[in-house]
Design a protein around this ligand. Structure first.
Ligand SMILES: Cc1ncc(COP(=O)(O)O)c(C=O)c1O
Length: 361
């Protein structure tokens, strides 16, 4: 068996210990004689799995009792619609557009109400986070929306926007569990799990109870009401059962690593290795304003499309895969999620140094 260093932006690398444990339990989970894939989601064994997953996530993020944790489907994209359908009461929301995912959420929400873009970093290809300390927040906004970590561009909100008392909604798909967060500052937090937490097919929504009501937009499908999922403990229909089981294992793994403070320390150390190299390199450079750099997604370029392509090719041959930047921006991007070992980042930097020595003008 040979594992590569996988820098994919998502689905991304998962902890090897988790994958091995899942493999060991594949044919016989805990003496049941069946795989978790084959198990009724109403069985007591599965109830224990989803119950423990929720509790471990609550422990990791210190989620207060007045927030529900929902394990849903439809990816982050379905949330682009579910959020306005459930949260619009005045029909108004403010969006901060810091990348393609925020923009898609904004465009989707426009189908349901008066949606304003109150700040954007589109003027500089989303390479920074705008100043959000005093935005023209609408008097009657039902919520303010951000994408907290911009996977494609490699920026992260280091400070949350001043929402002037309005409910904050955040897409944390690509920074979920990468560092501690204060859940009480948000009304709704959500993320697709396929980057830092588990296999594609599960989206986790953490929502304050007062936002869960029957007062949703007319025509909202039953499956798109938060209330139906909250009232049924994420079991209104068959949940993505196997995916939730893997998420649960990753939660336990994060706890074993020392929790989110330890994850943050480790992620900062890893990111520093790469950013320090980019700052000193005479060939490679990062594309993001330093103050807004993500700990998870690190985009960089050489300045030459040909050299970028050669780098991606040679890196792949050397066992560093999925370094090609998003198709909309080009260049390279190293996604260094929780499960990427520090050794992987060190070795990547060594490889970049060698490439630089060969190709620098
Ligand atoms: C921050 C962010 N939001 C949303 C999405 C879209 O996720 P999904 O494909 O699960 O709908 C992505 C995906 O890659 C993402 O990085």
């Amino acid at each position: 068996m040979s594992r590569v260093y996988n820098f994919s932006a998502g689905p991304g690398v998962l902890p090897e210990e988790v994958l091995k444990e899942a493999a060991d339990e594949m044919l016989d989970y805990n003496g049941t004689g069946m795989s978790v894939m084959e198990m009724s989601h109403r069985s007591k064994e599965y109830e224990a799995i989803i119950g423990a997953a929720e509790q471990d996530l609550r422990d990791l993020l210190n989620i207060p009792d007045n927030y529900k944790v929902l394990f849903l489907q439809g990816g982050a994209h379905l949330q682009f619609a579910m959020i306005p359908m459930n949260l619009l009461k005045n029909g108004v929301a403010d969006y901060i557009v810091t990348g393609q995912w925020a923009k898609k959420a904004y465009e989707e929400a426009k189908r349901y109400g008066k949606i304003n873009c109150v700040a954007s970093s589109a003027d500089k290809t989303f390479s920074y986070i705008p100043d959000c300390s005093d935005l023209p927040i609408s008097e009657d906004a039902d919520y303010v929306y951000i994408c907290e970590n911009n996977t494609i561009y490699g920026t992260k909100f280091k400070e949350l926007p001043n929402t002037k008392g309005k409910t904050l909604v955040a897409d944390v798909s690509s920074c979920f569990l990468s560092e501690p967060m204060d859940v009480t500052k948000y009304g709704l937090i959500y993320g697709g799990v396929q980057k830092n937490i588990g296999p594609a097919g599960v989206v986790i929504v953490i929502i304050r109870e007062d936002l869960i009501t029957d007062d949703v937009l007319p025509g909202t499908p039953t499956m798109m009401k938060y209330k139906i999922h909250a009232d049924n403990g994420s079991m209104y229909n068959t949940p993505p059962a196997y995916g939730i089981y893997i998420c649960g294992k990753v939660f336990k793994w994060v706890k074993e690593q020392g929790g989110l403070e330890a994850m943050k320390e480790r992620n900062e150390r890893k990111a520093k290795i790469l950013y320090d190299f980019l700052d000193e390199s005479r060939l490679f450079r990062g594309t993001v304003e330093k103050k807004d750099r993500s700990l998870m997604n690190v985009p960089f370029v050489t300045g030459s499309d040909e050299l970028d392509a050669l780098f991606v090719k040679e890196a792949k041959e050397a066992g560093f895969v999925n370094l090609k930047g998003h198709r909309s921006v080009g260049g390279m991007r190293a996604s260094i999620y929780n499960a990427m070992p520090e050794e992987g980042v060190r070795k990547l930097v060594e490889f970049m140094r060698e490439f630089e020595a060969k190709h620098q003008a």
